[in-house]
Design a protein around this ligand. Structure first.
Ligand code: PLP
Length: 286
């Protein structure tokens, strides 16, 4: 079965899908995106992702390509046409195609919308979580609005590649003030000596993860204490546990940071409990 993509009103073979070389995201990274987990055929936390998409669009003064009901229909159609039961749906909206000029194009320029879907193996994800991953720390060289989910991901891609070449799976980005902001494609968490979860506040220096919000909800239900504050690299080395969160990896334990073992060097019980509860409706509020 060949993959199917949605491009501006048409469902096309993924391999043949394309948009204009004048697309604003191609020229200026003038576009936004979302990645939504498909869990047992359901778009998990869809509400949070669509709200964040609307916020990203508003921050960049980007026109939504269609109404929410139509968008939800397209997302489901792409998931169904690709027969994804467990995986992800990716959507990207750009400011459309126009002659290359920094100024916004004419107001009637239609935005471009692309939606794709991809299956993943949930068993492989769990196996990885039970081993844990390594992380390295790197300077956070991104622009000052990483709270907007734009496709402007060059510093993130460079950091991720550097991590890979160092034998790690993720890079934790460290601001000029010495505090960890987040991962190159995830939010960053530690568990301190008292069992409290610590993660950077959702201000303009991180992306406010939908998975992060879900973890806060689970923590509230399970009476796990949470402190939303920035933490340092030294605190990370001394942490009892560390983990990352995101729609593609959910809760992924971190067992090494910059080559140092975190805790006893194995995935921690808090991270594994949060992962285990992730899709459990009993840990949802309302
Ligand atoms: N931070 C960054 C920089 C990301 O790219 C991502 C996900 O792609 C996240 C955090 C986690 O966000 P979410 O939980 O909504 O997937």
């Amino acid at each position: 079965m060949s993959r199917v993509a949605y491009v501006n009103g048409r469902y096309v073979r993924h391999a043949e899908a394309g948009i204009s070389i004048d697309d604003r995201a191609f020229l200026f990274s003038d576009g936004i995106y979302e990645v939504i987990e498909v869990f047992d055929g359901v778009l998990f936390d869809e509400r949070g992702h669509l709200d964040r998409l609307a916020r990203s669009a508003a921050e960049l003064r980007l026109k939504p390509p269609m109404g929410e009901a139509a968008l939800k229909f397209v997302l489901r159609e792409v998931v169904a046409r690709n027969r994804v039961r467990f995986g992800h749906v990716y959507l990207q909206v750009t400011r459309g195609a126009a002659r290359r000029e920094h100024y916004f194009p004419a107001a009637d320029t239609p935005p471009n919308l692309v939606v794709t879907a991809r299956p993943h193996d949930p068993v492989a994800g769990d196996a990885k979580a039970h081993k844990g991953i390594a992380v390295i720390t790197l300077p956070d060289i991104r622009w000052k609005r990483p709270d907007i989910k734009t496709v402007s991901l060059l510093p993130n891609a460079l950091a991720k590649q550097q991590a890979k070449e160092a034998g790690a799976a993720e890079a934790w980005l460290v601001g000029a003030d010495g505090f960890v902001t987040e991962g190159a494609s995830s939010n960053a968490w530690i568990v301190d000596g008292e069992g409290r979860l610590i993660t950077h506040p959702a201000d303009s220096s991180i992306l406010s993860g939908i998975t992060r919000a879900r973890i806060l909800e689970i923590a509230a239900v399970k009476a796990i204490r949470v402190i939303e504050r920035a933490f340092t690299v030294a605190e990370t080395y001394a942490a009892r546990e560390a983990f990352i969160s995101g729609a593609t990896m959910l809760v992924m334990p971190v067992v090494r940071v910059d080559g140092r073992a975190i805790g006893d060097g194995a995935p921690g019980p808090v991270a594994l409990a949060l992962r285990g509860a992730f899709h459990d409706p009993m840990t949802s509020v309302g």
